[in-house]
Write a protein that binds this ligand. Structure first.
Ligand SMILES: NC(=O)c1ccc[n+]([C@@H]2O[C@H](COP(=O)([O-])OP(=O)(O)OC[C@H]3O[C@@H](n4cnc5c(N)ncnc54)[C@H](OP(=O)(O)O)[C@@H]3O)[C@@H](O)[C@H]2O)c1
Length: 229
């Protein structure tokens, strides 16, 4: 469950020494021998990819980590990282965790140091069959809560039409807009796995209720192209 907005310090670099030290700290905190999935939290263009991926590869070979994922990377940087992994026979990123929700950010919107998923990234994931995970999928509850506002970056020319399409589909399915956002993500091509963030059991059971939803092709089309209807 979400305890606070930033329960950790963001380490923006991916030097080998930092990766090794942070992995050991995580193993101690989690009290486990192996971390299933260890993430590069943000891209670091100052450290060579060979160094970063070499460090992750050593952790996998040492049995400290099973899989390595990336977060906040642009598609072309993921492609570069993959080429480095192939060339040097190093572990490769198995997934990408990016800011993604139903509402589209306005063109040029910045969330720095966070990176929002864009069409290039979705295309990359589709063609490489790479798993994409979405963080902040519910925009901290703004789809349903009057005490939460949509960030300025999401207030574009089609956002009202998107919200209206979401409302209509929710009514048709007797579901909440939050549930429809999740269900829309896994009907997506490529499918996107939303990362659940909750602070109450009521939120958790509402959000898990999305697993029961089946969107029709027509509903997906209206959600994807709300201004065409
Ligand atoms: N890789 C990265 O850079 C990055 C960045 C951000 C987050 N993350 C990860 O992604 C996870 C999810 O991100 P997020 O917390 O921003 O996700 P989110 O889905 O946008 O927001 C989760 C928050 O929305 C509210 N909420 C959830 N379900 C609700 C419901 N049914 N009704 C009303 N309000 C509801 C809760 O707020 P309240 O707790 O205030 O009630 C909850 O804490 C985080 O826990 C973190 O692990 C990663």
């Amino acid at each position: 469950m979400t305890q606070s907005r930033l329960p950790y310090s963001i380490n923006m670099r991916l030097r080998a020494s930092q990766i090794e030290a942070e992995c050991d700290k995580s193993l101690r905190r989690l009290q486990v021998d192996t971390i299933d999935l260890f993430y590069a939290h943000c891209d670091d263009r100052q450290t060579p990819l060979e160094e970063t991926l070499g460090a992750f590869d050593s952790l996998v070979k040492a049995g400290k980590v099973r899989y390595v994922g990336a977060s906040n990377y642009l598609a072309w940087r993921l492609a570069e990282a993959d080429a480095v992994s192939q060339t040097h026979d190093l572990v490769s990123y198995c997934c990408i965790q990016q800011r993604y929700t139903y509402l589209r950010p306005v063109p040029g919107a910045s969330f720095s140091p966070q990176v929002a998923a864009n069409d290039d990234l979705l295309d990359f994931c589709r063609s490489r069959e790479m798993t994409m995970l979405a963080y902040s999928p519910l925009l901290t509850g703004a789809y349903t809560r009057s005490d939460r506002e949509f960030m300025q970056q999401y207030q574009g020319p089609d956002s009202d039409a998107c919200i209206e399409a979401l409302r209509q589909v929710s009514v048709e399915l007797n579901a909440t807009p939050n549930q429809v956002v999740y269900a829309w993500m896994w009907r997506h091509t490529p499918p996107v796995i939303p990362i659940l963030g909750v602070s109450t059991s009521a939120q958790l059971s509402e959000n898990l209720g999305a697993l029961e939803l089946v969107l029709t092709d027509d509903q997906v089309s209206r959600l994807n192209h709300p201004t065409a209807y």
